[in-house]
Ligand binder design. Structure first.
Ligand SMILES: C[S@@+](CC[C@H](N)C(=O)[O-])C[C@H]1O[C@@H](n2cnc3c(N)ncnc32)[C@H](O)[C@@H]1O
Length: 219
């Protein structure tokens, strides 16, 4: 699976993908090996990985935190964007996912610049605070946790640092009434957008990628 670019026109999406060639052999291998290892096929799309790389580069990020490692696909993109002096702390609940990611970082030649923290982000993030302040926080994990992860980012980003939250459209459910089986996720994601837009800690927008990438700059 490789989700399309944030434009419904498949020809446009195919054109951009062909020209920008966002997935090289290293990333393709991570995606294939992750799936072969039984990981869910839910890493960011290739163009979204390129967004992460370019945004990390544009903001001059050197120290980043990721919530939701999976097999290391987006982590490699962030590390590429931060360049040879960039360092990533990435948090993953599943030990098996973390093992796959460890191999991905080794193969990508970035293992010495990444620390994988195995555990629930709510538990791990407070332990990372002394390493901050950070330049970039990327959130791509359990949606109910997003409000707490955003609050942690607000407390641990430097002024001018950026927070990026994937799946900001909540698979199309974002504008729905908070009821039914997704009620908690909808409430959580709506509160994240309220906090980004009106909480006073970020100047923020949402990039209309296929999944929606919320993007805030710490003021
Ligand atoms: C969408 S995947 C991350 C994809 C990854 N960012 C990428 O694009 O390559 C979400 C990951 O978050 C992990 N996760 C879920 N809940 C978590 C939690 N509470 N704390 C840390 N990780 C969590 C899952 O095990 C899964 O590997």
């Amino acid at each position: 699976m490789n989700k399309p670019f944030g434009n419904a026109d498949e020809k446009l999406s195919a054109y951009v993908t062909r020209v920008y060639a966002p997935e090289d052999a290293v990333l393709a291998e991570i995606r294939a090996r992750s799936v072969a290892a039984g990981l869910p096929d839910i890493q960011v799309a290739a163009l979204d990985a390129l967004h992460l790389e370019v945004l990390a580069r544009a903001t001059g990020a050197r120290r980043a935190v990721e919530v939701g490692t999976l097999g290391g696909y987006s982590g490699v993109a962030l590390l590429r964007g931060m360049g040879p002096k960039g360092e990533l702390d990435t948090v993953e609940l599943s030990p098996h996912h973390a093992d796959v990611a460890r191999e991905s970082f080794r193969r990508a030649g970035v293992a010495d610049r990444v620390r994988i923290h195995v555990g629930a982000a709510a538990t791990v993030l407070p332990t990372l605070a002394p390493r901050g302040p950070f330049d970039l926080v990327f959130v791509d994990a359990d949606k109910e946790g997003y409000p707490a992860y955003l609050a942690w980012a607000a407390d641990n980003l430097r002024p001018g640092g950026i927070v990026l939250l994937d799946n900001a459209f909540l698979f199309g459910h974002l504008p729905a009434a908070a009821e039914g089986e997704r009620a908690k996720e909808i409430r959580a994601m709506q509160s994240v957008h309220e906090a980004l837009a009106r909480g006073g800690k970020f100047r923020a927008t949402v990039l209309p990628t296929g999944e929606g990438l919320a993007f805030g700059v710490r003021v």
